[in-house]
Design a protein around this ligand. Structure first.
Ligand code: FMN
Ligand code: FES
Length: 434
């Protein structure tokens, strides 16, 4: 890997990578997220690799990729055959031969492995036709099923690190903060605080060192969206953090991630090493004077350590206890230096906003398109939809969607003809709605 020394070198690399990739070339993807691993996807992946490699007519002609979580973990292991996009669920290693023979070679679906909707009785061939996916807006999570999370080239090929290049070469830190304020992005960690305002306060705070921190503690029972985002698209989180660090004036970053997330830790570590090799982390990023690097601290899984001040205490090696809030962490945070902490998903929204523009982003969600950091709540949110519901998994929907749409249109409603009684939102400290 050669260091990318400028925005134009990144542009050239993006073009080169795409020129070498034929979108019509057959590709088999197997979901390798933690959920699918629990249902045996690595044996399926092995069977695909062996079947493709063992056939002289196919060897070297079919691409194969292990991706991150698609969100429909309950139906795993998931396999998708491209370019047709044939979507298979609950695949076992013994199904692979038939998938290769029929779908890869002849482009035909294996009917018995397609998703059948219990409500309508209909069978669907493509992922985006399945009601669980059709009613979502997968802006942040959608790339999870497409790219190999261990390949930085896959991320660059889909436009990765272009937002960083734009920010470093065309924008001043204050302009970046202004864009994030105008986008209406609010923190995804629960409090919903406007991200741009937090960044601005941290930028204005005085300190010889400043930190940006990614909160990947994810202690809420049943929640796994942050884990899946890091497992499936780690560079989107890193890119957001690097942009945030530039805007705030931080040179050091931390990801605080729970130790029970071994796959996410491993994928993230690999992504950081690759980003360093390309020069997106380290000294003189993209040939500019901006230096920034990130380290990982693994938390021991205490729920309270997801709270920002407890997290910082734990990160410093002290007991993870929250402190009084009248001293703000953006002014006195980690080791008493100004520290900007955001949730995993919040960071992952940043490249999207810079790439697509605030006008586009602010049209998604609630409130007027006013460019006001406090007005409404913009963008999408990934929810973990679990419990007594037909379709469980991770769903990404626009802010402001009704619970009815999530539970019935995406979740397929309550199974076995039972009556809907209540839904709990927001994890352990959330509310109960009847
Ligand atoms: C007890 C408690 C646990 C929390 N756990 C988490 C968590 O696991 N992940 C998270 O992002 N935020 C968690 N938060 C919220 C954080 O304190 C903080 O507000 C948030 O991470 C800020 O990032 P954001 O502005 O991007 O949302 C928790 C808060 C409390 C009070
Ligand atoms: S882990 Fe495969 S769909 Fe979630």
């Amino acid at each position: 890997m050669q260091t990318v020394k400028s925005a134009s070198e990144l542009g050239a690399l993006h073009t080169r990578l795409n020129a070498a990739r034929d979108p019509k070339r057959p590709l088999v993807t197997v979901c390798g997220g933690t959920g699918c691993q629990a249902s045996g996807c690595m044996k399926v992946a092995e069977a695909v690799r062996d079947t493709l490699g063992g056939d002289p007519k196919l060897a070297g002609k079919i691409d194969f990729r292990v991706t991150g979580c698609h969100g429909f973990c309950e139906r795993g292991p998931l396999v998708v055959v491209h370019p047709q996009g044939i979507f298979y669920q609950q695949v076992r290693p013994e199904d692979v031969d038939e998938i290769v023979r029929l779908s890869v070679v002849q482009g035909k679906p294996v009917e018995r492995l397609l998703y059948r909707d219990e409500v309508s009785g209909k069978t669907f061939t493509r992922e985006n036709e399945v009601p669980f996916y059709k009613n979502q807006q997968r802006l942040i999570f959608g790339m999870n099923g497409q790219i190999d999370p261990r390949s930085i080239d896959d991320y660059i090929a889909i436009g990765g690190y272009q937002a960083l290049a734009k920010v470093l070469t065309q924008m001043k830190p204050e302009q970046v903060i202004d864009q994030i304020k105008k986008s209406g992005l609010r923190g995804r960690g629960g409090g919903g605080f406007p991200t741009g305002i937090k960044w601005e306060t941290c930028r204005r705070a005085e300190g010889i060192r400043k930190f940006v921190i990614c909160n990947a503690d994810e202690g809420d029972p049943g929640a796994f969206m942050d884990r899946s985002l890091i497992e499936g698209n780690p560079h989107s989180v890193l890119e957001g953090m690097i942009i945030g660090a530039f805007a705030i004036g931080a040179r050091e970053g931390w990801v605080y991630i729970r130790k029970e997330y071994p796959l996410a830790c491993d994928v993230l570590r690999n992504a950081m090493a690759q980003a360093r090799e390309y020069g997106f982390l380290g000294k003189g990023i993209l040939g500019t004077a901006f230096d920034f690097d990130v380290r990982i601290r693994r938390g021991a899984g205490a729920f309270v350590c997801g709270e920002s001040t407890a997290l910082m205490a734990s990160l410093e090696g002290r007991v993870g206890e929250p402190r009084a809030k009248y001293v703000h962490t953006v002014e006195k945070g980690l080791w008493n230096f100004p520290s900007n902490l955001n949730n995993v998903e919040t960071w992952a929204n940043v490249p999207l906003i810079i790439n697509k523009g605030v006008e586009w982003y602010a049209r998604i969600g609630t409130g007027d398109v006013t460019g006001d950091a406090w007005g409404g709540s913009k963008g999408t949110k990934i929810f973990s939809l679990v419990g007594k519901i037909r379709n469980t998994g991770l769903v990404e929907v626009p802010m402001g969607i009704s619970l009815r749409q999530i539970i019935y249109d995406i979740g397929g409603g309550v199974p076995d003809g039972k009556r809907f009684k209540a839904v709990q939102t927001g994890g352990a400290v959330g509310g109960l709605h009847t």
